[in-house]
Design a binder for this molecule. Structure first.
Ligand code: ATP
Length: 350
């Protein structure tokens, strides 16, 4: 299947004079699985709809496969779209729903319509469901029909808006693996919208973290997780502990509400500067329980709650009026006073 990259350049969208997006630039590569993630109302759907040609930008340009499509209607953009609520035709069979997607594009591959529909149903593992109506399918199956219908016209770009959010947790995980496999098999450029950061980390080649109509960071899941560009990203993506304060002692300490923490020497901060540090729960050890290789920072804290995760405990500790989350390999739930240790290599300066 032919595929194409998407370029978004300095895009702005406003609804009735209220800004929904501003200064958004993205470069999505051919065959990439690219995810827009952010809290509700941040503008993800608006971005996706703009690429689809369903919103009119107030500024900026959009190009697909190197061609400026900013002023083109949806039907001239060759994009396939799947929404959260399936949007299948209730009185058409599964086959008819998928065949509907074929009407919009001439694909001359020598196969007739029936054959192409069968191939698409095969692709989404619904070969034997063609004669059913959507109401006779589970939510996950309906979403796979929607996916087959969107893929029918052989789009250059697949746009998915929270396609899993109406499904229960287990089904969500199963279907996201299927979507990823399908995307890789077809090598189709895919732009995926979700508010679920764990889903974004699991499924994407790259992620754009969106907040308040602007893009905070674009990077691989690993980089977004390990090296967040801002406090917002650090707190939104995965669990994180943030220590915010003012630099003291010649740049060597961070004063946090009356307590102090050592600042990594590479932080290069000046006294009086406001700085936030972040440390992931899995980078903090409980003295006496977890193996510690280095221990440049120690904090005396008290365990408040311990959640059993199966392979570990997530412990919420109180330190200096602040709750600190720690993921520990303890085999019994930790309790009482504890000493927390972490290494400056695991500290991020935000
Ligand atoms: P969610 O995850 O809740 O769907 P989102 O990140 O996709 O959120 P958008 O739907 O893109 O966010 O909305 C961005 C902003 O634009 C929000 O403040 C929203 O209220 C506003 N908005 C969206 N659609 C319209 C509209 N048709 N008219 C007016 N305002 C709108």
């Amino acid at each position: 299947m032919k595929t194409a990259g998407v370029e978004v350049d300095d895009l702005a969208v406003a609804y009735d004079g209220v800004t929904a997006l501003e200064g958004v630039s993205l470069s999505i590569e051919e065959g990439e699985f690219f995810t827009l993630v952010g809290p509700s109302g941040c503008g993800k759907t608006t971005m996706l709809r703009s690429i689809a040609g369903l919103e009119t930008p107030s500024a900026g340009r959009i190009a697909i496969d190197g061609r400026d499509v900013t002023d083109d209607p949806t039907e001239d953009r060759n994009v396939g779209m799947v929404f959260q609520n399936y949007a299948l035709f209730p009185h058409m069979s599964v086959r008819e729903n998928v065949a509907y997607g074929l009407q919009f594009h001439d694909v001359d591959d020598g196969r007739d319509e029936d054959e192409r529909v069968s191939k698409l149903l095969d692709l989404v593992d619904l070969a034997s469901f063609g004669d059913r109506e959507p109401t006779q399918l589970s939510g996950g199956q309906q979403q796979r029909v929607a996916l087959a219908r969107a893929l029918a016209p052989e789009p250059d770009v697949l746009l998915l808006d929270e396609p899993l959010s109406a499904l229960d947790a287990q089904l969500r995980e199963e279907l996201r693996v299927q979507i990823k496999n399908l995307q890789q098999a077809l090598d189709i450029t895919t732009v995926y919208v979700t508010h679920d950061q764990a889903e974004a980390l699991a499924i994407s080649d790259r992620i754009a973290v969106v907040q308040d109509g602007t893009v905070e960071q674009v990077a691989t899941p690993e980089s977004v997780y390990r090296d967040p560009a801002s406090r917002f990203v650090a707190e939104f993506v995965g669990d994180n502990n943030v220590f915010a304060g003012k630099v003291t002692e010649g740049g060597s300490q961070l004063a946090v509400d009356g307590a102090t923490l050592p600042l990594p020497n590479w932080a290069d901060a000046r006294d009086g500067e406001s700085v936030a540090l972040s440390v992931r729960p899995e980078s903090i050890s409980l003295e006496g329980i977890d193996t510690v290789t280095t221990d440049e920072t120690t904090l005396d804290a008290t365990v408040r709650t311990a959640e059993f995760l199966g392979d570990a405990y997530r412990v919420h500790c109180l330190w200096n009026d602040q709750t600190i989350a720690v993921k520990t390999a303890a085999t019994e739930p930790p309790a009482g006073d504890v000493t927390l240790r972490f290494d400056s290599d695991d500290v991020h300066v935000l």
